[in-house]
Ligand binder design. Structure first.
Ligand code: FAD
Length: 412
């Protein structure tokens, strides 16, 4: 793998001052892409593909994403890079969970918002339709989703029901002949303003069962309003969605999505995917902090020469490596078909907590320059907050772990 870590000069600031005497990559045991040599577990072809992807994302996504983030603008121009790298159909490829996870980490290392686009697309839209859709839905949608010609949104959370959405979901579906009529509201829905359709979760008024419907965003009664002024994930357009008597044909219902257990078969894996995002975000923070510590001089020496600065770097690396180690085992469970919700909640809660501490250490290490996205760390700092909350908050995932450990539900 070439140029594993960004050059100190490119990550250290907007001026891109040359620093020829400084090491451009970590040495010895940490010279690898991922601190622990995890990529070595992949077959040679996948390892090579991961290396190519790393270089592509670092060259074409990482730097440009900062401008989109500052402007709070969806980076539509960068989607062809992701699609061209085959990321639209990642979920459909017969690859190991470890390869898929490391790919998600590399996308997050370049930009968390675009990683969320790729993750939601694969885990919550493509994966959902592949697992729970009808043969016609799979035949019509999956090829066009794989090329990212089509984009979907995943609409579960509601303004009045976030953590308690499993029991509280209030959006309704009413059968009228060959159609369903949907009424309700959704909040925080990623991509809803730009997607071609949304997977909307609604409760059948006849039997109270939760189901999922493919709702084209152009249908009368569907409205998506952008949520502005976010402190993180600023490239991902999240929206408030209203469904006002939206009519969809029966063929738009996902036949396999019956009851909340169906949602959980999907959330189990998407929750684990957030753990990979946390790995990527922490590797990005370490890239930036390490380069900055080598470049920035105080008291006549680079910051890297101070013990307390090395303490921060070592702690960041320890957090990132711990997260990575957990995710390697999760990938093994996924491949064995034995990942449970308790596992997914454990790694989501743990890896995002590690990430929150890692970016805080990194932000501190950059001093005042940690306050501006010109040095990238402030962007990582804000993005970690979003990741800490979506796919179940810290507390909710801990409650899932607690229930799995004790058999006692402490949600309410
Ligand atoms: C950036 C972003 C992107 C998102 N993208 C999507 C998306 O694409 N699709 C989608 O459907 N949803 C999405 N979400 C929604 C996300 O899943 C919810 O925000 C999350 O589940 C929390 O719900 P809430 O915001 O309503 O918080 P609340 O449920 O109101 O929680 C508020 C606080 O109370 C705590 N709390 C709640 N219940 C308990 C309890 N029993 N015990 C202890 N503490 C508790 C929570 O942990 C939290 O700290 C996104 C959210 C964000 C922020």
């Amino acid at each position: 793998m070439t140029d594993t870590l960004p050059r100190a000069s490119s990550a250290a600031g907007p001026t891109d001052r040359p620093t020829p005497s400084l090491p451009a990559r970590a040495a010895g045991a940490f010279a690898d892409l991922d601190l622990l040599g995890v990529a070595e577990l992949l077959p040679a072809a996948e390892r090579a593909r991961l290396g190519v992807l790393h270089d592509l994302l670092q060259a074409q996504v990482r730097r440009p994403s900062v401008g989109y983030w500052n402007r709070e603008e969806f980076a539509a121009d960068l989607l062809p890079v992701l699609a061209g790298a085959g990321l639209g159909g990642l979920q459909l490829e017969p690859v190991s969970a470890l390869f898929r996870g490391l790919v998600h980490a590399e996308v997050a290392r370049a930009d968390l918002s675009l990683s969320t686009v790729v993750g939601v697309h694969n885990e919550l839209v493509v994966g959902l339709i592949a697992a729970l859709g009808s043969p016609e839905q799979r035949r019509e949608l999956l090829p066009r989703l794989a090329t990212m010609e089509l984009l979907g949104a995943f609409a579960l959370t509601e303004p009045e029901h976030g953590s308690d959405v499993a029991g509280g979901l209030a959006t309704t579906a009413r059968r009228e002949g060959a159609h369903w009529v949907l009424d309700g509201a959704k909040r925080w829905i990623g991509l809803a303003t730009v997607a071609d359709f949304a997977v909307v979760w609604a409760r059948d008024v006849a039997d109270g069962q939760v189901g999922a419907f493919l709702v084209e965003t152009g249908r009368p009664g569907f409205r998506a309003e952008l949520i502005r002024n976010k402190i993180g994930l600023r490239i991902m357009p999240n929206a408030d969605v209203t469904l006002d008597g939206v009519r969809v044909p029966e063929r738009n219902r996902l036949p396999g999505a019956v009851g909340f257990a169906a949602v959980n078969t999907v959330l189990r894996h998407s929750r684990a995917w957030v753990g990979w995002q946390a790995v990527g975000l922490q590797l990005a923070a370490l890239d930036v902090a390490r380069a900055y510590a080598l470049d920035r001089q105080q008291f006549g020496r680079p910051l890297a020469a101070f013990q307390l600065v090395q303490h921060s770097l070592a702690r960041m690396a320890g957090n990132a490596a711990s997260s990575l180690g957990l995710m390697v085992q999760v990938a093994r469970l996924q491949d064995a078909g034995s990942l449970e919700m308790g596992h997914a909640a454990l790694v989501k809660a743990t890896c995002t907590a590690h990430a929150r501490e890692t970016v805080a250490l990194g932000r501190g290490l950059l001093g005042g320059n940690g306050m501006t996205t010109d040095y990238e760390m402030a962007k990582l700092f804000g993005d970690a907050e979003a990741m800490y909350t979506y796919e179940g908050t810290q507390e909710v995932n801990q409650l899932i772990v607690g229930r799995a450990l004790t058999g006692v539900s402490a949600f309410a």
